[in-house]
Design a protein around this ligand. Structure first.
Ligand code: 16G
Length: 247
């Protein structure tokens, strides 16, 4: 990898590295999946400080050009995953549709008693049993989302940790023969914090998308409340829109 850095220019060095790497990626000299030199190697090769290199690499990761994989190194990104926002699809379906293999790391599975806000959201009375499920969702072994789901237990006879390790929607539709109808979803920007960082292999404060989904069965009964954290460097959400009559 050959970057041109000119310390006499009034352009910050981190910016020169950033632009240089973008150029190598855009020209195809660095290809998706290529491992880039470590921070230490870059410092030594160009006689620059670790902080400068880190700033450049952080910006490239945040902009989706590079991807950090813990214990493995930093790679040229294969492009952010594009996720449509139209249908009520499941993580497993979405990944399979892209030719990727979905998998799940179950971090927690428990039956709890619904406290007020959650009970209300799920249309249940207080103290009603609900499942609390915490899962890391992976695609081809790469963590893509961290999901915390609350599901109405009375709707899910026989639901188990084993079922939560697979596709919950498949369990609901194929095993229980229930029909998932519509969902209300809210997306907002946030920063990775606490255990999310370790779980998603992100640095503290890395940008993430926070998504909250409330899904209903076709008869209008709430099935789940899910909070998902998606790494900003691995995902982008796409929506097609139509111009309506001007107001
Ligand atoms: C998606 C849904 C989530 C749902 C899960 C089911 C979003 C933001 N969230 O991740 O609400 O519980 O799919 O996936 O899309 P599964 O059937 O593979 O378990």
């Amino acid at each position: 990898m050959q970057l041109t850095i000119n310390k006499n220019l009034p352009i910050p060095i981190y910016y020169q590295i950033e632009e240089g790497m973008k150029e190598l990626i855009e020209q195809g000299s660095l290809k998706p999946g290529d491992l880039i030199p470590s921070e230490r190697e870059l410092c030594e090769a160009y006689g620059i400080s670790r902080m400068t290199v880190r700033q450049a690499v952080n910006n490239l990761v945040n902009d989706g050009y590079l991807v950090r994989q813990q214990g493995r190194g930093t790679f040229v990104s294969k492009g952010k995953m594009e996720q449509g926002l139209r249908g009520v699809t499941s993580f497993s379906e979405d990944m399979r549709a892209r030719g990727m293999v979905p998998s799940t790391k179950l971090l927690h599975f428990g039956l709890i008693r619904a406290k007020k806000p959650l009970a209300e959201k799920l249309g249940l009375s207080e103290e009603a049993p609900i499942y609390e499920v915490k899962r890391v969702r992976l695609a081809d072994g790469i963590p893509m989302a961290y999901e915390i789901s609350y599901l109405s237990a009375s709707l899910l006879p026989g639901f188990s940790a084993e079922a939560a390790e697979g596709s919950i929607y498949e369990y609901v539709e194929n095993i229980l023969q229930l029909k998932i109808g519509n969902a209300h979803q809210v997306l907002e920007a946030s920063l990775a914090r606490g255990s999310e960082c370790e779980i998603l292999e992100l640095e503290q404060g890395a940008p993430v998308l926070l998504i909250q989904r409330k899904t209903y069965l076709t008869d209008g009964v709430p099935l789940e409340i899910v909070k998902s954290v998606y790494p900003g460097d691995r995902y982008k959400f796409v929506i097609d829109m139509q111009r309506t009559e001007p107001r």
